[in-house]
Design a protein around this ligand. Structure first.
Ligand code: MTE
Ligand code: MOS
Length: 757
């Protein structure tokens, strides 16, 4: 029994989600359910071409329509016409140049959505088309049109970012090898498919301020972006998070842009402005997972120990930098996988193209390399006559080992245990034997089993340590209930439920007494973004910090009232009442900082992340060699995310992540034609559902506690997707006897592979 289970019985329990009932009953108020007096409904005028020079925008025929009230373009921006994310290259409103199809040029506000839509169709935009490049490999050629302004690209014209890892002696590593395998891997766009599209309302306030209500992951990014575009001090911009119907990374940077557009129009019109995208517009014009091409050359000794890895990563960033440098960095750090690799050289670039800016998506740049590192392990196993699970076990990182980025791993390194548990739960050996026997006769339906192990750096790591903080505000109300405010958001992952457990446990009050206020930038300090699986753990640390002080005050009052320490919980309401009667301060602020990191960009060595979460997934599939259809039959998913704060929700996270992983590997695809994303909604973009996953999934946890984490917890939210897709890919590879090199495993791709088998 771990320390935290013994002393904190609430931790780990499947307590119900406080936010669930409102959501399933339809009572939860999403941003589109809110309205303000005099509010305008806005729609965006967008570029129809991938690259062009803007000669003019003629809105006269739009503005004379009844109900049309206002238009905003770059000329109306009171501050800087910039959406600040990491760099300052993206304008809020394109002015002289458009760089992708769907780029915003203007926003029109009308009394209803219908009027706004009609007005948008009457705006005449005069654009002189310029040569465009949409493929990242073509964009790297010398004769390619330059996508970005010269000051923006780091090196060559269309290279946004360039990063590397150098470790050991690569030549020696290859010389020492008994086998070398080499492969190219390609992954495409993936859409977040959150249930609730992007949306926000900007409300001008008295005294010249602006309040933003919106569906988002990063209220403090939005605060900074809106302040910049309006030319206001941060203290005049307030951001209130509204109930968010899923995000998955898609509401990390995009809301900064959307809210800036709404805010500029609201500023100009002096009225509240609602800007909510419809599904088609959202799916075609907002960020996606970066498509990537990666090349891996991996070497191992005769007994299956890795000796060297050389890799090149090319990520398609789209027209502006947004989050690409952070996404690419995670791809770089994740590329060696959860394995000991003594000699490493990895080069990574993100490339500017005339396509939508790609952004964050669950896993954040890592699935693109995980397909490669796992398929390479299977190829090595095949060449060496080793079992795929055994070769992973021989190389897996253990406590005391040094990672490929030069970090000595601590006691919270439970990945070897995830392999062992996944092996026994799946009956790996006998399942493989049965499958081999089945496939021997080359039946129409081939079966396969695949394993994938992954490593995920929790939090923002050495790329952006200055963002890794969190605040919390606890208030003991006179009736004994507890108000909690934090700065990271609920977007479906179960943050409120987990934090309710942490707060109720820390203060020894029933969970029913703990209530969370909506996240509001005016209540808590900048708590960084809700990303990188840091949201729940960082706010938990801040709550624990605040609770320490509040508990001390509660004990003091209890002593004054003659209440024994053992009776504090049962006399809680009397104590709360005494705070009020005696005019005692019942409110406390808590604070947390990320654990220390350091990183040398020249060598790619350092303490990349404070800790790592791990997982091993095993998938079983059937592949129909006539139709090309892939069916996933069974999943065993074992995770080390340290102490699990709520087992039921954690299992839900794993099941949801597996669904997205299967989608990435098998069904999800967005073709691009002439710079246009060829996708409208979920009739053609096919995503798996809970029915495809829950009945077949067996979830297990290895709880290798992290000393720095709240009760030993590490992050969990993104890891399931990361492990799932590669397990499916390896299983399909096993079924067909051919390595998989590209997603999605559509019928055409599968039939191509099965011809070779
Ligand atoms: N689960 C649901 N239901 N909805 C989401 O939007 N986002 C994922 C993951 N799980 C997401 C989700 C992503 S991208 C992240 S970074 C983590 O949740 C954030 O969870 P955290 O609070 O552990 O940081
Ligand atoms: Mo998650 S991609 O880090 O929002």
């Amino acid at each position: 029994m771990s320390e935290s289970v013994r002393h904190h019985p609430a931790i780990g329990q499947p307590c119900p989600r406080p936010d669930a009932e409102d959501k399933v009953a339809g009572r939860a108020a999403y941003v589109d359910d809110l309205a303000f007096p005099g509010m305008l409904h806005a729609m965006v005028v967008r570029s129809a071409v991938p690259h062009g020079s803007v000669r003019g925008i003629d809105a006269r025929r739009a503005l004379t329509l009844p109900g049309v009230e206002a238009i905003a373009t770059s000329a109306d921006v009171p501050g800087d016409n910039i959406v600040h994310v990491i760099y300052d290259d993206q304008p809020a409103f394109a002015d002289r140049v458009v760089r992708y199809v769907g780029e915003p040029l203007a926003v029109i506000g009308a009394v209803s959505r219908r009027e706004a839509q009609r007005a948008v169709s009457r705006v005449v935009v005069d654009i002189e088309e310029m040569p465009a490049v949409t493929d990242p490999l073509q964009a790297l050629r010398e004769d390619a049109p330059a996508v970005a302004a010269p000051s923006v690209a780091e090196r060559a014209p269309n290279v946004f970012n360039e990063m590397r890892i150098r470790r050991g002696d690569l030549e020696q590593g290859f010389a020492d090898a008994a086998v070398i395998v080499e492969g190219d891997y390609a992954t495409g766009y993936q859409e977040h498919a959150y249930l609730e599209p992007q949306g926000a309302i900007a409300v001008p306030e008295a005294l010249g301020g602006m309040t933003i209500y919106g569906s988002m992951q990063c209220p403090f990014y939005v605060q900074a972006a809106v302040a910049r575009v309006l030319g206001l001090p941060l203290s005049k911009v307030r951001v209130v998070h509204t109930v968010t119907g899923g995000a998955f990374g898609g509401k990390e940077d995009v809301p900064s842009h959307l809210c800036s557009l709404a805010a500029v129009l609201a500023w100009k019109a002096g009225r509240p402005v609602k800007l909510v995208l419809d599904r088609g517009e959202d799916i075609r014009t907002t960020s996606k997972r970066h498509p990537a091409r990666v090349h891996f050359r991996t070497a191992a000794s005769a007994d299956g120990h890795l000796t060297a890895l050389e890799a090149q990563l090319v990520y398609n960033a789209g027209a502006y930098q947004t989050l690409s440098s952070a996404v690419l960095w995670r791809g770089l750090v994740t590329a060696p996988g959860p394995y000991r690799v003594p000699n490493v050289a990895i080069d990574a670039v993100s490339v500017a193209t005339n396509t939508i800016p790609c952004g964050a998506f669950r896993g954040f740049g890592s699935p693109q390399v995980i397909l490669a590192h796992e398929m390479q392990m299977d190829r090595l196993a095949e060449r060496l006559g080793l079992d795929p699970l055994e070769i992973r076990r021989r190389n897996i990182l253990r406590e005391g080992d040094t990672s490929a980025t030069g970090q000595r791993l601590d006691g919270s390194t439970g990945v070897a245990d995830t392999i062992d548990l996944a092996e026994s739960r799946s009956a790996w050996g006998s399942s493989r034997d049965a499958i081999r026997a089945h496939n021997l006769l080359k039946p129409r339906i081939r079966r396969g089993i695949g394993v994938s192990s992954v490593m995920y750096g929790v939090g923002l790591g050495g790329k952006a340590p200055f963002l890794d903080k969190a605040g919390a505000y606890l208030k003991l109300e006179a009736d004994g209930s507890i108000s909690v405010s934090v700065g990271t958001v609920e977007m479906g992952q179960g943050l409120i439920a987990a934090l309710t457990q942490v707060a109720s446990d820390a203060l020894r009050v029933p969970a029913e007494l703990v209530h969370f206020t909506p996240v509001d930038s005016s209540r808590v300090p900048d708590s960084g973004p809700t990303v990188a699986s840091r949201g729940t753990i960082m706010s938990a640390l801040a709550i624990l910090d605040a609770a320490d002080e509040l508990k001390t005050r509660i004990s003091r009052v209890a002593t004054e009232l003659g209440i024994d320490e053992a009776d504090i919980a049962s006399r809680h309401t009397d104590i709360a009442r005494a705070f009020w009667e005696r005019n005692l301060d019942p409110a406390v602020e808590g604070w947390a900082q990320g654990s220390p990191v350091d990183w040398d960009p020249r060598t790619g060595q350092g303490h990349a992340y404070g800790t790592y979460a791990y997982a091993t997934h095993i998938a079983e599939v059937q592949v129909d060699t006539v139709t090309g259809e892939v069916t996933v039959d069974r999943f065993v998913a074992v995770h080390d995310s340290g102490t699990i704060l709520n087992h039921q929700m954690a299992s839900g996270q794993v099941e949801g992540g597996i669904a997205q992983g299967i989608g990435l590997a098998v069904t999800e695809e967005i073709p691009i034609r002439g710079g246009h994303l060829d996708v409208n909604g979920f009739t053609t973009y096919r995503i798996p559902t809970i029915r495809d996953v829950a009945p077949i999934t067996d979830v297990g946890f290895v709880e290798a506690a992290w000393a720095y984490g709240p009760h030993g917890a590490k992050g969990l939210g993104e890891v399931p997707l990361m492990a799932a897709h590669a397990a499916v890919a390896c299983a399909v590879g096993h079924a067909l006897g051919q390595p998989v090199s590209a997603y999605p495993l559509s019928p055409a791709t599968v039939l191509g592979l099965s011809e070779g088998s």
